[in-house]
Design a protein. Structure first.
Lengths: 101, 320
C-alpha cells in the first residue's frame, strides 16, 4: 500500500517541490496551504507522515499540531522550516527526523 | 547684646578662639582707643584686605563689645553677633574658623540639607541614567536579534525554493520538458523574490543612516501597476491567486517609481503570503485634490483586532 504524506505549507514553490520529490519517491502526497485545511486533510486522509510549516495563514503550525495531538492523532510530524521548540509534540525538525511520537 | 564674660577669659558661646587670625588687623585700632571704655563711636569697618568679612564695633565696654560684620564682597551689614573678648586695651575677635566658614550672608550657618538633597538627587539621576542606558541597550540588542531572525526567515523561504528545484532538476527527477520549464520558472521567480527582499533589507539599513532621497519624476501609473502584476504572475498561476491593478484618472503622476514599486511589492507580497486560494489582490491608483493615492486591498483573511498575528510571526521567527 502506498504511504501517504500530508504537506502543510503555504509557500507554493516549496510545497510543489516537496510534492514532486515525494511523489517521485513513491509516496502519495496531499498538499494543504493553510492551517485549517491541513487539519481537515490530516483528519480525512489519516497520513503516515505530516510535514508541517510553522508560519501558516489561518492557524499556525503549532496550533495545528496541538489540535491534532489533543484529538489523539499519532501520525509522525516533521517541521519543515525551523527547529521546533521543545515539548511541542514534534517528532523532530527537518534537520534531524529520527524519532516517532 | 552683651556677652557674658567667663572666668577663663572667654565668652559664653565661644568655642575655640582663633585670635591669631584677627589680632594682626585688630591691634593698631585698639591703640587709638583710650582706656577701652568708649568704643561705641567706632563705626568704621576694619576693612581687612585679606578676609571676606569686615567688622564694625557698635558698642563696647572693657568686658564686651557688640560688633557686626559685613561681607565686603557683597551687600550691606548683616547684623550678627561675633564672639569677642577684651584683654586690656586689646580686643580679641574669637571668630571661629569653622564658624567663619559656616557664616552665610544673613548670619545663619547654611543648612547641610540642600547639599545632601542635591547629592542624593544627583546620585539618583546618575543611577537612573545608567539603568535607562542599560535597558535601552538591551532592548536594542533584542530588537536586532528579532530583526535578524525574521530577516533570515524571510530570506530562507525563497532560497529553500531555489535549492529544492535546482536539486530536483540536477537529480533528473522531472522528465517532461514542460515540467522542467516550470521548475526553471519557479527558480527564476524565487530568485527575483529573494533579490527584492535583499533590496528591502539594504533600503532599511540605509534608512537607519540617513533619510532616503526620493527620485521623483513623471511616471506612468499603468506601467507601474503592470510591473507589479508581472512580478507576481508566476505565483498567481501556481496558487490560483489574482493581482490586478487599475488606474482611475490620468495615467501620469510625479512620484519615485522605484520607491512606489517597492512599497506595492511589499504589500502585495504580504497579502499573497497569507492568502488562501482564490484570493484577489487589487491595486488602485486614485487621483484626488491632494495627489495620487495607491490603495492595496485583498479579500483574504484579515488581521485580528489585537494584532495577534504579528506576535505569532515574531515569536515563530525567533530562534527556538
Amino acid at each position: 500500500m502506498m504511504r501517504r504524506i500530508v504537506v502543510v505549507e503555504d509557500h507554493a514553490p516549496i510545497a510543489e517541490g516537496l510534492r514532486l520529490n515525494l511523489t517521485h519517491d513513491g509516496y502519495d502526497v496531499v498538499i494543504a496551504s493553510t492551517g485549517p485545511r491541513g487539519l481537515t486533510e490530516v483528519r480525512s486522509q489519516r497520513p503516515d507522515l505530516m510535514i508541517l510549516d510553522l508560519t501558516l495563514p489561518g492557524m499556525d503550525g503549532l496550533e495545528v499540531l496541538r489540535t491534532l495531538r489533543a484529538e489523539g492523532t499519532t501520525c509522525r510530524c516533521w517541521s519543515c522550516r525551523h527547529a521546533a521548540p521543545r515539548s511541542t509534540g514534534f517528532a523532530a525538525s527537518a534537520s534531524a527526523p529520527t524519532t516517532t511520537s | 547684646v552683651i556677652l557674658d564674660s567667663l572666668p577663663d577669659g572667654r565668652w559664653r558661646g565661644a568655642e575655640v578662639p582663633v585670635s591669631e587670625l584677627r589680632e594682626r588687623l585688630w591691634r593698631p585700632r585698639m591703640q587709638a582707643v583710650d582706656g577701652g571704655t568708649r568704643w561705641a563711636a567706632s563705626d568704621q569697618p576694619f576693612a581687612p584686605e585679606d578676609t571676606l568679612v569686615a567688622y564694625t564695633i557698635h558698642w563696647a565696654t572693657r568686658n564686651a563689645a557688640l560688633v557686626s560684620y559685613a561681607d565686603t564682597a557683597r551687600t550691606p551689614y548683616r547684623q550678627s553677633l561675633l564672639l569677642t573678648n577684651l584683654d586690656g586695651l586689646r580686643f580679641t575677635v574669637t571668630l571661629l574658623r569653622p564658624m567663619e566658614r559656616l557664616l552665610a550672608p544673613g548670619g545663619m550657618p547654611p543648612s547641610p540639607w540642600p547639599r545632601l538633597v542635591m547629592l542624593g538627587a544627583t546620585a539618583v539621576a546618575v543611577i537612573a541614567l545608567a539603568g535607562w542606558t542599560a535597558w535601552r541597550a538591551l532592548a536594542l540588542s533584542r530588537a536586532r536579534e528579532l530583526f535578524a531572525a525574521s530577516v533570515t526567515h524571510e530570506l530562507r523561504t525563497p532560497l529553500t525554493g531555489i535549492t529544492l528545484f535546482a536539486e530536483t532538476l540536477l537529480l533528473d527527477r522531472i522528465s517532461s520538458p514542460d515540467g522542467r520549464r516550470r521548475a526553471l520558472q519557479t527558480i527564476a521567480g524565487e530568485a527575483q523574490r529573494l533579490s527584492a527582499l535583499v533590496e528591502n533589507v539594504l533600503t532599511m539599513a540605509r534608512r537607519g543612516q540617513a533619510e532616503e532621497r526620493l527620485q521623483v519624476r513623471p511616471t506612468s501609473l499603468g506601467d507601474l501597476l503592470r510591473s507589479v502584476e508581472d512580478a507576481f504572475a508566476p505565483m498567481c498561476v501556481t496558487r490560483g491567486l489574482a493581482v490586478r491593478g487599475t488606474v482611475s484618472g490620468p495615467d501620469t503622476a510625479t512620484i519615485d517609481p522605484e520607491a512606489a514599486r517597492r512599497i506595492l511589492v511589499n504589500l502585495v507580497d504580504n497579502a499573497l503570503r497569507h492568502a488562501a486560494e482564490a484570493t484577489h489582490v487589487t491595486m488602485e491608483a486614485i487621483h484626488d485634490d491632494r495627489g495620487v493615492t495607491l490603495v492595496v486591498a485583498d479579500d483574504g483573511i484579515g488581521i485580528s483586532a489585537r494584532g495577534a498575528r504579528f506576535e505569532v510571526m515574531l515569536a515563530t521567527g525567533a530562534p527556538a
